[in-house]
Structure formats: C-alpha cells, structure tokens
Design a protein around this ligand. Structure first.
Ligand code: NAP
Ligand code: ZN
Ligand code: ZN
Length: 351
C-alpha cells in the first residue's frame, strides 16, 4: 500500500485537517499521479458535511485533479511517466453495463462505486479518497490527457465543472440559433457561460448577485438577468430553448419554467441538500421538460478538454494553499468566489 498525505474531515461537523491514509499499490493497468492542482467543487463541501447522507469518514474530497504521471503499471499503454494528466469525478466503472458500453460511464449500473471520492477502491475495498492529497492511483482508462496549451491550474476545474456543463449543452444541442440560460455564476455556471458562448448559442446568465453582472458579460453572456427582479424575468417569457440550473441551494424553479418555450427543457445539475419543490402547472401548460444530468463520460470529457484547448477556455481561478480550504468553503457558501478555488498542492508540504 502507498501511504499518502492529504486533507480530509473526520465527521460532518469537523473542519478539514491534515491526515495520512492508504491508497492501493500501482496495479498493472494503473498510473500513479503526483497531484499538482485540485479544484474546489461545491460537491466537495456537500460531501464532507454529509449533506447527501452517504459520506464515510475520514472523507478526503477533490475531483478536479491535475498532475504528472509518476509511475505506470506494466500494462499501461495510454500514458507515460512525466505526462500532464487529469482525473475527474470517476476512477472506475463496471465497463459491461449498457451505459458503460455506450461510453456513458457516469450512468453506470454500479452507481456511485467508481467515484473518485465516496466510492469504493476496487482493490482495498475501502472508501475511495479524492484529490486533496499528494498523489492518487487511477486505472489508465479513467485518466485524461491535459492539453498542453492550457494553464494546468486553470484547466483543473474543467474536469468536473467543465464537463458537467459541456455534456448537457451538447446533449440538448446548444449552438447557433438557440437561446441558452445558465442559472448561477459559480464554478459550474461560469463554465456554462463560457462553453455555451463558444458553442455559438445566445447565452444568458441568471444571477441572484447584482455584483456579478459585469463579470458575466466579460465571460460571454450577452444577457444577464437578475433573478430577484420579476420585470427582468418576465421580459424573457417563453423565449429559452434550454436552461441549465447550477444552483447549490434550495430555490424556486417555477419562474424559470415560465421562461422556456413550448417543449423546451430545463436541466438540473445543481444538487442542493434539500429536495426542490416543483410547481407542475408551468410544465403541463407548455409540454416543457425538466431533466437532470451528471458530469459526462470519459470519451466526452476528453472531447471537452480538446474543445477547450481549441477555444482557449479554462476556469477563472483563485489559487489557495490547502491550509485555507475551510475559509474557502465559507466563502463558497456566500457565493464569494471568482469563480473557482484551486488548491496549489505544493502547499501540502508546508504541513
Ligand atoms: P458554487 O461555485 O458555489 O456556485 C453555486 C452558485 O449558485 C453561486 O455562485 C450562486 O450564483 C448560486 N446560488 C448559491 N446560493 C444561492 C441561493 N440561495 N439562491 C440562488 N442562487 C444561489 O457551486 P458549484 O461548484 O458551481 O456547484 C453547484 C452545484 O452543482 C452544487 O450543488 C454541486 O454539488 C452540484 N454539482 C453537480 C454536478 C453534476 O454532475 N450534476 C457536478 C458538480 C457539481 P449567483 O451568485 O450568480 O446567483
Ligand atoms: Zn464537482
Ligand atoms: Zn457500468
């Protein structure tokens, strides 16, 4: 076993603190990655505080991982020592169910088992541990190639925030002639604005933070709508082809349903702790759809990274040493991050 260091929580109410834990030895198909950067996703916070009610402790979060290959198992053909690589929310899947066979491993019949954290390490049989740590061992098939032209720290958030927006934007065919709305300018939302804009859609951002209007325009939104202003909202009645909701807290969905055209779709990617109330009449009245989506498959994640390389898209990051992670969580809860915290893993050596 490999002894690793990282930051994690030992209970839902304890702050993240340094800890030591084991990872499996590098197997024939595995690569060992020295972690350079790890983005801070709101899911990390939901997870360590057990807001989704499946966390096992100690809990080491982090699924926006960029680093260099340090060791490869004898059977590895896709990556070599020294390569700049990424790992997102999945480190494994069953590979045989219909979803896996279609390259949609995120919808694998084995459920959460292959998650980077909160899953189960297939060799140790213990809860998997994420990227707030010095290194990670991952099956080569779940390791992504990071494009050389992107800043590796700013590219780390593509591995969750980026793919979580790219996948539904592609699935529901965002592009020229489509009016697409993104709700919330956080880590996911700001990637949604950049990606929808790059795909050629008319892009709108809904925000509950008046201070984010100018930034949203800079990031690519043609329209910025203050969700608290009923007049601004109703001015866009029945005009959207697609709306993607990235909000991490409970909120009312009905005002957004009313902005969709007939037969158009609202996609939920934000995963608040509490169930969201659904007002059915706006759905019934215009045959509107309410859907969900989770990250993207490995093939699509690589496609997204290559799309970002081509369009020079990365996240806007605030770099932090790992010692500031608890403060970063408090700021994230206040929607006070522009627009993704990224941990510089060199700081781990400082203790
Ligand atoms: P984040 O950076 O904290 O952004 C969330 C944004 O939601 C905030 O910036 C804010 O935007 C808005 N917001 C927050 N509280 C709100 C409230 N009370 N009312 C209205 N708007 C509010 O979080 P994130 O990392 O982007 O993650 C967002 C959610 O997606 C989390 O629940 C996370 O677990 C989930 N997630 C899902 C997937 C998936 O595959 N489906 C993947 C990753 C994350 P404004 O200030 O602009 O309003
Ligand atoms: Zn995430
Ligand atoms: Zn499967």
């Amino acid at each position: 076993m490999l002894t690793c260091t990282g930051y994690g929580a030992t209970s839902p109410s304890s702050p993240l603190a340094p800890l030591t834990f084991n990872r499996r030895d590098v197997g024939p198909q595995d690569v060992e990655i020295e972690i350079m950067y790890c983005g801070v996703c709101h899911s990390d916070l939901h997870f360590v505080r057990d807001e989704w009610h499946f966390t096992q402790y100690p809990a080491v979060p982090g699924h926006e991982i960029v680093g260099r290959v340090k060791t490869t198992g004898p059977g590895v053909t896709k990556h070599k020592v020294g390569d700049l690589v990424g790992v997102g929310c999945m480190v494994d899947s069953c590979r045989t169910c219909p979803s896996c066979r279609e390259g949609l491993e995120q919808y694998c019949d084995s459920g959460m088992e292959g998650q980077t954290y909160g899953g189960v390490d297939k060799v140790l049989g213990e809860p998997s541990k994420g990227g707030y740590s010095d290194r990670i061992v991952v099956d080569e098939n779940f390791v992504l190639r990071m494009p050389a032209n992107l800043n590796p720290a700013a590219a780390a958030p593509l591995l969750c925030a980026g793919i979580t927006l790219y996948s539904p934007l592609r699935h529901w065919q965002a592009g020229p002639g489509k009016k697409v709305g993104i709700i919330g300018l956080g880590g996911l939302g700001h990637m949604g604005v950049k990606l929808a804009h790059a795909m050629g859609a008319e892009t709108a951002l809904f925000t509950h933070s008046p201070g984010k209007v100018a930034d949203a325009k800079r990031l690519g939104a043609q329209l910025v709508i203050l969700s608290s202003d009923a007049a601004q909202m109703s001015a866009h009645k029945e005009s959207f082809d697609l709306i993607i909701d990235t909000v991490s807290a409970s909120h009312d969905l009905a005002p957004y349903f009313n902005l969709l055209k007939r037969d158009a779709t609202m996609v939920q990617v934000g995963a608040p702790e509490q169930p969201l109330p659904i007002a059915v009449f706006p759905l019934i009245a215009k045959r509107r759809n309410f859907a969900g989506s989770i990250i993207g498959g490995i093939r699509e994640t690589q496609e997204m990274l290559d799309f970002c390389a081509q369009h020079n898209i990365t996240a806007d990051i605030e770099m932090i040493p790992i010692q500031k992670i608890n403060e970063a969580y408090e700021r994230m809860l206040k929607s006070d991050v522009k627009y993704r915290f990224c941990i510089d893993m060199k700081s781990l050596k400082a203790g």
